[in-house]
Design a protein around this ligand. Structure first.
Ligand SMILES: CC(C)(COP(=O)(O)OP(=O)(O)OC[C@H]1O[C@@H](n2cnc3c(N)ncnc32)[C@H](O)[C@@H]1OP(=O)(O)O)[C@@H](O)C(=O)NCCC(=O)NCCS
Length: 149
């Protein structure tokens, strides 16, 4: 994992467009950097050149973190990278004093829900009509997990 930089934004936005029906824009990522959120790139070396596998954006609240985006490039999904990134993000946040991690997920996003539930996240509420969706809006399931010190 390494911090996301402005020079990563084109590649990040291209992955984002390819994996979400309602993607964040390049400007949304740029705004996150400007706002001072933690933004991370996960890359691995393939034949000695770094390949962008995934990325994440985390907003700090006083003593919790809010996971705003966690994404793995389509060809790399289902290989354990998403779980590895999530565990790294939880360790990093707890190591810097966060007591918990909060996130929203679409109830229809079964892979993401399965990842979060199997990582110890519990449902704590619903945000009505939080996401754009085909023909209307979709609720968000709000999940929370305490982080060990
Ligand atoms: C959700 C996402 C981050 C998971 O990352 P990933 O690298 O594909 O997932 P992993 O290989 O680490 O798998 C972790 C767990 O996710 C679940 N999972 C992953 N792919 C799945 C699939 N196709 N169907 C059902 N569950 C799946 C499983 O619980 C899996 O654990 P297991 O392998 O022990 O069964 C990734 O698929 C992604 O970027 N999806 C598109 C964007 C997105 O939905 N982001 C989350 C928004 S809240």
């Amino acid at each position: 994992m390494r911090p996301m930089r402005r020079r990563d934004l084109d590649a990040v936005a291209a992955i984002e467009r390819s994996i979400y029906p309602f993607p964040w824009t390049r400007g949304n990522f740029a705004d996150s950097l400007l706002a001072g959120h933690d933004a991370w790139i996960f890359e691995i070396e393939i034949e000695e050149s770094p390949q962008l596998i995934g990325y994440a954006v985390v907003m700090w609240l006083p003593d919790e973190v809010h996971l705003l985006n966690l994404s793995v490039a389509a060809p790399m999904q289902g290989r354990g990278y998403g779980r590895e990134m999530l565990q790294w993000l939880m360790r990093d946040a707890s190591g810097r004093g966060a007591r918990g991690m909060l996130l929203e997920v679409r109830p229809s996003n079964s892979p993401a829900l399965a990842l979060y539930r199997s990582t110890g996240f519990e449902p704590i509420g619903v945000r009505r009509g939080y996401y754009p969706a085909e023909g209307g809006r979709e609720d968000a399931q709000v999940l929370f997990r305490q982080l060990e010190r």
